[in-house]
Ligand binder design. Sequence first.
Ligand code: GLY
Length: 422
Amino acid sequence: MLLASVLIAAALANPQEAKLQALLPEVFAKSAAHYRAIDAAATPLMDKGDVMEAVPHGDKPHGERRVPHGWNAKTGKLDMRSIYWWTSGHFPGSLWYLYEATGDGFFKDRATVWTEFIAPNSKVSDNHDVGFIMYCSFGNARRLLNTGKYDALLLETAESLSKRFSPDLGVIRSWGAIDEKDNFLVIPDNMMNLELLEWAAKNGERGTGNGERGNAKRFDDIARSHSVKTMEHHFRADGGTYHVLNYDQRPGFLGAVQEIRRGQGLSCETAWSRGQSWAIYGYTMMYRETKEPAFLEFAQKVSDFAMNHPNMPADGVPYWDFGAPGEERDSSAASIMASGLLELSTFVPGDKGAKYRAFAVKQLLSLCSDEYFAKPGENGDWLLKHGVGHKPAGSEIDTPLDYGDYYFLEALLRFRALQPGS
Ligand code: GLY
């Protein structure tokens, strides 16, 4: 009786949150059924290699290993991609979140298999994505299994990623060969890779306490430096992001921005929605890890840009670019943003924090609706419809995206954790 009165009082105080809270069991149960179907379809398509097999540096002998990534609506087939594709950590990561959401041991077992399958990424230094590939998968495994057995692998990944950092420029190279002279390309997506470095800084080799810092502090230095330089260069005065910056490596011009490219966005003058979401999530995460006030301030600036943008639709699911009203929505931009905003709301007191939380709840309610959440058997069994991968390249337009699902599940879990008594 007492519990019923508390629930009624909570619903009256915040009907939107009460509505989302009531939906959670059903959405998690449906999501679990979807991912069981994807796992069943994908398992015969994995290669037969041993999991956790070591590979030499710079070599990629496991290119035949495939992880579910998306769905081809024309053929109706599951899109399986190499374990070196930038999203390979998201399917295993979603399985971990489903284990967390449901407690069902099936998801723990399958998450373990798929996570260990992508282990060779720990030795990869030819892209920046290894940070979140490995942290979404092994990072969640570590957290949910409360084990240190993957720590060496995660620390090795942090080493591999940090090879892409230029001390001269103060940033990590996102794309391109590690020694490329003409271009040094950086994208806001890179902020997502810093969470691994922050973990490594706290869990790697520590100093002796006699003035020696140990190896690990270096990872924090790199993550902070990258965040500060990105904050300085990668955004317009209004907080909107550029996608690709090309930094100058010539003596005399070192660290200057020599070129802006539209990348996956509509133009150099507009903000690509998912890039904006990566920034919202990334600066919030960097504040969590460092407690540096400038990162919190900046997380609010990039969030305010998105939330208050005149082209933001009423349901909170952005068009694929803020300069492309009326074109396709990108559900992945919404789920990443919702997850970031929920965390940001915990750091910002008063009305402002409440606005971030309310916006995220609105986005999640939209994503849980029939408009975005797929019915069993449609959408290749992925959860969210209407994602946009790379519109200028004509690739993955109005389609499910594995990372859209991952941040959707994460956001729902973050929302659940915010509820009283959870
Ligand atoms: N990091 C690539 C993307 O967001 O599409």
